[in-house]
Design a protein around this ligand. Sequence first.
Ligand code: ADP
Ligand code: ASP
Ligand code: MG
Length: 473
Amino acid sequence: MKVKLQVMKFGGTSVGDAFCIARTAQIVAKAARENGCVVVVSAMSGVTNRLIEAAKNAQTAKPPEARVILEALKNQHEAALVRLIDSEEERGRIRPKMEEVLAEGRRLCEGTALLRELTPRALDAISSLGERLSAPLIAAAINEEGTASQAIEATELIVTDAFHGGAELQMELTREKSQGRLRPLLEKGIVPVVTGFIGATAEGQLTTLGRGGSDYSATILGAALDADEVIIWTDVDGVMTADPRLVPEARTIPVISYREAAELAYFGAKVLHPKTLNPVVQAAIPVWIRNSFAPERPGTKITVEGRSIGGGVKALTAIRDVTLISVGGPGIVGLPDVVGRTFSTTAEVRANVLLISQSSSQNDICFIVSAADAKRTVEALRQEFEQDLAHHNVEHITADSNIAIVAVVGENMRGTPGIAGKTFNALGREGVNIIAIAQGSSESNISFVIEEKAVKTALMTTHREFGLDAAPS
Ligand code: ADP
Ligand code: ASP
Ligand code: MG
C-alpha cells in the first residue's frame, strides 16, 4: 500500500474535452506515483444538461430531438476517445462500453416517449449517463499515461435511499461496499475511476445525489475509505471571497473552516455541492479545492479550524434559484399551530427550507425553498390549509420567485459587532431593498433576501465594504 490515500474529484470543465481530460490524466498519474488514488469524475461539461433535455423531449413526444441529442453525445465522446487514445485496439476496448451506455439511453428515451411520462426514476437513469460515459474514457486516458486504471460505476459503491433526484446516503452499507470493491484495486496499484453523482439503493436501483453531486460523491468515498485527503479539482483557484463570475475582484481564500465552507455551499456557492462536507467533518478529513487548469497553484484547504481573519467576514454568496413562500393574513394570529403545520407540510414534500422569517405579530410566515421545490410545496400547503383559506383564516399562500438570498459568512463574525449594520448601511446607500433577514445563532452567517435583479450590486457593494478585495484572507 502507498503511504497516503487521496480521493480526487474532477468536475465537468476539468473533463470538458480531450485536452482537459489529458491534463486531468497527467494530474492523476503524477499523484498516483506517490499516493494511493481514487478518482471521481463528473460528466463532460454540459452533458448532464443535454441528457435532461433529451429526457424532457422524449416526455413531450419529441423522440427525434432526444435521438439527435444522444447522437451528438455519442460523437462528442467518440471524438474525445480518438484524440486521447492512439491505439485502435485500445479504442475498440472502450467503444463497446460507451455504446452500451448510449443504447441504454436510447431505450430509456423510447420508453419515456411511449408512456409520455418521465418518472423520477427514469430521469435519474437518463441523467446518470454522462458520468457513465466519461468514466471509461478518463480511465483509458490515465492508462495512456502509464498508470493502471479501471472505471467503476458508483452503483456498486454508494448506497442510498430511493429518493430520486436527491437521494440520501446510507453510510454504513456504502463503507462496506466501497472498502470491499476498491481496496483490492488500490492494493494492486490500480487507480479506480468512479462515476460521480450516482448511487443505488440496497436493491440496486440507480439514484442520483442531486445536481452538482459529484463533489459529494468524492467526500462520501473519502470518508468510506478513511482517506487522508479529498481534492476537488475544478475551474477556479479555490473557494473565493465571492463567485468570480459576479464579483471580478473576488480572491482565493487559502484556508477556510468546514463550517464556513458549508455555509457558503448551502447558500449557493456552486464550487461545492451543499452536502459536500457532511461526510468528512467527523473524521476531520481535509478537503482541498484546486484548479485543474493551474495545478501549480495551492488552492483552498478546508479544515476544522480554518484560519481567523481580522474583519470577521470571510466570503459572500448568493442563491438565485429560490422562491419566497408566504402563508399569512391577519386571521392567522388566532390559528393554533400554523407554524407547525406549515413546516410539517414542507417536510412531507421534502422541500429544503433555506431561510425562515416571521414577524412577531404572526401576520405572515415567510420562508424560502429551492425553486425546484416551490410548486409542490405551494400545492401541499394549499391542501393543508384548504379549510382555513375557505374561511379566510388564512388569506393567502403566495410564491415569489424574483428574489435571491445573499449570505455574509465568517466564523469570526461571532463577537464582532456591527457587521449587520455595516452591511445594511452599504446596501441602503446603493438603494438595495431588503425583504427579509435571518441570522443563525451560530453567528457565522447573516443572510438576507433581496430582489433577484439586485444580486450583483449587493455582492459588489458588500464585498467592497468589508475589504474582501484587498484583505489577506
Ligand atoms: P465543477 O464543474 O468543477 O464541479 P462548478 O461549475 O460546479 O465546477 O463550480 C465551480 C464554479 O463555482 C466556479 O467556476 C465559480 O463560478 C462558481 N463559484 C460560485 N461561488 C464561488 C466561490 N465562492 N468560490 C469559487 N467559485 C465559486
Ligand atoms: N454531472 C452532474 C451535474 O451536472 C454532477 C456534477 O457535475 O457534479 O449535475
Ligand atoms: Mg460542481
